[in-house]
Design a protein around this ligand. Structure first.
Ligand code: FES
Ligand SMILES: [Fe+2]
Length: 322
């Protein structure tokens, strides 16, 4: 994922993705263009320029490039130098998100992009956020595949009462699923004595889309009284920093206000997960290959370890075909 749809308009939007500076902007038709954020003349960031009629004009000497990255105007001469071309990248917009392919040979179809229907469901109130984490994206992925850290890190999500039974499964399409079930726990925010059962189901799709469904059911009731659907999407910014795009939705009539909902998410992602992941990254030092550091493995590490192995296999396969 390169950006949320509403981050990109007709003027340049700059973001580094996979160590590559990228500029994104929209054509008058609304189609998103993504290109290397570096002018082929003297390497100015094109994002410092302006877009007019879907063409980006470099802010340094005024060369203009069209949506295909071809220079179409040279203010100093009628001739367009042969090298005046900027690499562009394939983009695809779906579910209020802009997806990008930074490699050379792209996938045959966009079917592998996991869908995020909660972003558009009129029955839900969905909030969107973003957290830049100064850690390897795989560490952020470990955190998402292992919700057992809730016990220590997230008091508002149950804290020490979050002691789930963990199970792992995989669907035929490769979706990896981590399930966390708690038969009885105190309701985190209701009056003392209110007991719930709780179920978290995290689903991962390569390379970095995590979808979580959380359900709490009051003891004695058959219907969940609280359902939260969220997405957590990771894209490396660099080899040591990660874009973490998140969204979280509750039923439109839920008593949780948008203000309280947002405060809860910011507290968990920005003030609890992020500092811990950044500290882990610093402690690992130069060696970011977790398994080479011979860590202790606990049962609930099953999901994150399989995810890492799967990523490794996908990267190896892609490196062989490109
Ligand atoms: S650096 Fe872009 S036109 Fe000169
Ligand atoms: Fe967390």
């Amino acid at each position: 994922m390169a950006a949320r749809s509403n981050e990109v308009g007709e003027q340049p939007f700059a973001r580094t993705l996979l160590d590559t500076p990228v500029v994104l902007f929209r054509q008058p038709s609304g189609a998103v263009v993504a290109m290397l954020d570096r002018c082929p003349h003297r390497f100015a960031p094109l994002s410092a320029g302006k877009v007019s009629e879907g063409r980006i004009k470099c802010g340094y000497h005024g060369l203009e490039f069209d949506a295909l990255g071809q220079c179409v105007h040279n203010p100093f001469s009628r001739a367009i130098p042969g090298k005046a071309r900027v690499p562009t990248f394939a983009t695809f917009e779906q579910d209020k998100a802009i997806w990008i392919w930074l490699g050379t040979a792209g996938p045959d179809s966009t079917d592998s992009i996991a869908r995020l229907p909660h972003h558009m469901d009129p029955q839900l109130r969905c909030l969107f956020g973003y957290t830049l984490t100064k850690a390897d994206y795989r560490l952020v992925g470990d955190n998402l595949m292992d919700l057992s850290h809730t016990m220590m890190l997230h008091p508002a999500f149950g804290g020490m009462d979050y002691v789930p039974k963990f199970s792992y499964s995989e669907e035929p399409d490769g979706t990896m699923i981590c399930d966390y079930r708690i038969a009885e726990m105190p309701h985190p925010s209701a009056p003392a004595g209110t007991v719930i059962s709780h179920w978290d189901r995290m689903r991962w799709n390569a390379p970095g889309t995590f979808r979580l469904e959380s359900r709490s059911t009051l003891t004695g009731s058959s219907e969940p009284d609280f359902v939260l659907i969220s997405a957590h999407i990771l894209t490396p910014e660099t080899s040591s920093t990660s874009h973490y795009f998140w969204s979280s939705a509750v039923h439109k009539d839920d008593s949780l206000s948008d203000g309280d909902h947002m405060a809860m998410l910011v507290q968990a992602f920005d003030h609890e997960d992020k500092p811990m992941l950044e500290a882990v990254h610093r402690r690992m030092g130069a060696n970011l290959d977790l398994l080479a550091l011979d860590p202790i493995l606990l049962p609930m590490d099953a999901g994150s370890i399989r995810l890492r192995r799967k990523l490794q296999a996908l990267i190896a396969r892609e490196s062989n075909t490109n």
